[in-house]
Design a protein around this ligand. Structure first.
Ligand SMILES: [Zn+2]
Ligand SMILES: [Zn+2]
Ligand SMILES: [Zn+2]
Length: 387
């Protein structure tokens, strides 16, 4: 089939009858080269993270708490002093913070406040704590315990973005481009997200959304079938956005500290991790929220990826080469966490089939095609994660 989109930026999106959309390099990239940078179509902090007091910009997800505030909170004040505070990435930015005058949510800057208001917030601004939208979020939390990987509020923002778009038809088309599953696959993925009671839960969530916001231009997504495909879309295309102030501070320290200081730094990190593990669990540290990216969603998985998505303090995604890429090569990322790529072929394939409904035919899977279908002890954790 013909190419869907061409540009001279070093990549192009093509269409493969078997794999669907593919991102293909049109120039040479070496390790660490930036392939592209992309703002999300929509992003949102996780509900549990905001409930637990993670302060992040309500639009771009950048952290609004300093490294000290973050560590004091995550260790329940077991640690109150943080060394090398001069490397905290946000210490000079706090005077830019602004609040929505009506519902009091925080933004890192007036630019984020205005962008959010114009794109979706004017439909989702709810100062009244008894508003149905708040009940919907609570309902979601009762269905989806941390670590959270998806979010009903992302879905509401998506619908509000369509409602407020200058061209709702085009916005609906953009959302449709994220969905390329059959009805059966959508059903499977929605089930996967919501678990055993899913039929009941989907209807509760759907009514919750209908009760909470105006649905005119986006009504195609609020039919029973449309809503399932919307859930499947968020489940398969939602990208975790990590913006931890702690990680940014630690990276800055590693770049700047002398060997002597590094020793002190490493001791501090060990004790901070121990203290956080006891209070919140380290799983909680990484992902601030999730987002949908148009270019990024066209990248296929490989168990031997040549690119990776990284975030640098907010929701802007950077796709970076992690191996040499030549013109004509398909650019792949891993949908599996890096530490889990070493699991057996059987376990990887099972995970991808259950969570993304496809059979991986990457070079690594092809090489291991004759491996026995075993699940090693190491793999059991991953399978639990995925259920
Ligand atoms: Zn912001
Ligand atoms: Zn507001
Ligand atoms: Zn594979």
């Amino acid at each position: 089939m013909a190419e869907m989109d061409t540009d001279d930026k070093g990549y192009t999106i093509t269409y493969d009858p078997l794999k669907g959309k593919c991102l293909v390099a049109t120039k040479h990239f070496k390790v660490d080269d930036l392939i592209f940078e992309e703002e999300p179509f929509v992003s949102c902090q996780f509900s549990w993270n905001s409930l637990y007091g993670y302060r992040a910009c309500n639009h771009c997800l950048c952290p609004l708490e300093t490294t000290s505030e973050n560590i004091v909170r995550l260790t329940n004040a077991a640690i109150t002093e943080v060394p090398f505070e001069e490397y905290c990435p946000i210490k000079d930015k706090t005077h830019n913070y602004v609040q929505c005058e009506s519902c009091k949510v925080w933004y890192c800057s007036s630019t984020c406040l205005e962008t959010a208001y114009n794109r979706y917030h004017q439909l989702l601004c709810r100062p009244d704590s008894n508003d149905p939208l708040h009940y919907l979020e609570e309902l979601w939390r009762t269905m989806h315990y941390p670590p959270e990987s998806h979010n009903i509020m992302l879905l509401c923002r998506l619908l509000a973005t369509i409602e407020l778009s200058a061209s709702p038809q085009q916005a609906n088309q953009t959302v449709s481009n994220f969905c390329h599953r059959t009805e059966n696959e959508n059903e499977h993925l929605a089930h996967k997200m919501l678990g055993e009671k899913f039929v009941e839960q989907i209807e509760q969530l759907r009514f919750g959304v209908l009760k909470s916001m105006p649905v005119r231009e986006s009504s195609q997504w609020l039919t029973p079938t449309g809503f399932k495909s919307l859930l499947a879309l968020v489940g398969t295309n939602g990208q975790g956005v990590g913006t931890s102030v702690f990680h940014q501070w630690a990276n800055n320290c590693k770049k700047h500290l002398s060997p002597d200081q590094m020793e002190l730094f490493e001791q501090f990190i060990d004790s901070a991790y121990d203290a956080m593990e006891q209070v919140v669990g380290v799983d909680f540290l990484d992902n601030e929220g999730s987002a949908l990216f148009q270019n990024h969603s066209s990248i296929n998985h490989s168990c031997f990826p040549n690119a990776a998505s990284v975030f640098d303090g907010n929701h802007v995604l950077r796709l970076v080469a992690i191996r040499m890429i030549e013109p004509g090569d398909e650019i792949n990322i891993s949908y599996i966490a890096p530490c889990e790529l070493d699991h057996s072929r059987h376990t990887r394939q099972k995970y991808l089939q259950e969570n993304y409904v496809f059979t991986c035919r990457c070079i690594k899977c092809e090489e291991q095609i004759n491996d026995p279908d075993i699940t090693s002890d190491d793999d059991s954790e991953m399978e639990e994660d995925s259920t």
